[in-house]
Design a protein around this ligand. Structure first.
Ligand SMILES: C[S@@+](CC[C@H](N)C(=O)[O-])C[C@H]1O[C@@H](n2cnc3c(N)ncnc32)[C@H](O)[C@@H]1O
Length: 244
C-alpha cells in the first residue's frame, strides 16, 4: 500500500515506507538482509557474504575503542547488526521508513534509531567516529540532495572521523545496469513500465570527488566490492573519506 499522498505516483519513499516485514525464522541476520531488499534477484546477499562485506567496510574506517557509528538509511539494521558484532561502538541509525526502523530498534535494542529523511540528520547532541550509508544513495531524488547529505554528514563527524558510502551507482555503467536488470526479468519489455517514475540515481566519480574536496574531506579512496557474487558490484562503487 502506498502513501495516500503518493498513491497516484509511486516513489521510492512511498515504497520503502510501506514495506511490510516478516521476520520469521531463527536466522535474524538473514531476515534483516531480506527486509532491507537484498532478496529481489537483482542483487542478493547471503549471510556469509554480508558479514564479509560489512567487515571489509568497517576495517576501512579506523574506529578503535568504543566509538560511535551512524548509518544513514539503516533500514532494518542489517548493516548495523553486523557492526555491533564486530565492535563495541555505540550504534545510531536513521531511515525514513518507520516499519524498518521499528525492526532495527527491536533487533538491536542497544542502538538509537530515528525515523528521518537522510537530509535531516537528527541526533543533535551526538557526533560520530564513522558514518556509513550502504545501498541508499541511488534512491535519493537528485545529486544536489546527495551532496547535501554528505555535507551534513561532514558536520556530524568528529575530527578524524570517516564517511564511507557503499554501493553507489557509477554513471559510466548506467546503460549496462539497466540492460542487465531488464534481462533479469522473464519478460524484459516489462522493465520500463515497472520502474516508471522509480529512477535510480547515478554518480559521476570525478564530479563527486570534486564536491567531496570542496566540502573539506581528505584521504578520499575508492574501493572494490568485497563480494563479487553480489550482482550489482559490477555497476557500483564504494568510497571512503576522512574529516581531517
Ligand atoms: C536497500 S535498503 C538498505 C538498508 C541498509 N542500509 C542495509 O544495507 O541493509 C535502502 C534503505 O534506504 C532508505 N532510504 C532511501 N532513501 C532515503 C532517504 N532519502 N532518507 C532516509 N532513508 C532513505 C530506505 O528506506 C531503505 O531502508
Amino acid at each position: 500500500m502506498l502513501d495516500s499522498q503518493d498513491s497516484s505516483n509511486p516513489s521510492w519513499r512511498s515504497i520503502w515506507r510501506s514495506k511490510s516485514v516478516s521476520l520469521d525464522g531463527d536466522d535474524i541476520l538473514d531476515a534483516l538482509i531480506k527486509a532491507d531488499g537484498f532478496d529481489t534477484g537483482f542483487g542478493d546477499y547471503d549471510t556469509s557474504g554480508w558479514r564479509a562485506m560489512v567487515k571489509d567496510a568497517f576495517e576501512r574506517v579506523s574506529v578503535t575503542g568504543p566509538g560511535s557509528v551512524l548509518e544513514i538509511g539503516c533500514g532494518s539494521g542489517a548493516f548495523l547488526h553486523e557492526i555491533s558484532s564486530l565492535s563495541d561502538c555505540s550504534i545510531y541509525g536513521l531511515d525514513y521508513s518507520e516499519s524498518l526502523v521499528s525492526n532495527a530498534q527491536k533487533y538491536l535494542p542497544s542502538g538509537i534509531f530515528k525515523v528521518s529523511e537522510a537530509i535531516n540528520i537528527p541526533f543533535e547532541d551526538s557526533s560520530f567516529d564513522a558514518i556509513f550509508s550502504h545501498a541508499v544513495f541511488y534512491y535519493f531524488p537528485n545529486y544536489e540532495y546527495a551532496v547535501e547529505v554528505i555535507s551534513k554528514s561532514f558536520q556530524k563527524l568528529k575530527s578524524g572521523g570517516f564517511l564511507c558510502l557503499l554501493d553507489l551507482n557509477d554513471s559510466s555503467f548506467q546503460v549496462d545496469y539497466h540492460d542487465f536488470r531488464r534481462g533479469q526479468l522473464s519478460n524484459p519489455s516489462d522493465y520500463d513500465a515497472r520502474y516508471a517514475g522509480l529512477d535510480h540515481l547515478f554518480f559521476d566519480k570525478d564530479l563527486l570527488v570534486n564536491d567531496l574536496l570542496s566540502i573539506g574531506f581528505t584521504n578520499i579512496n575508492f574501493f572494490d566490492h568485497k563480494v563479487k557474487s553480489y550482482l550489482n558490484s559490477r555497476f557500483r562503487f564504494n568510497i571512503v573519506m576522512q574529516k581531517s
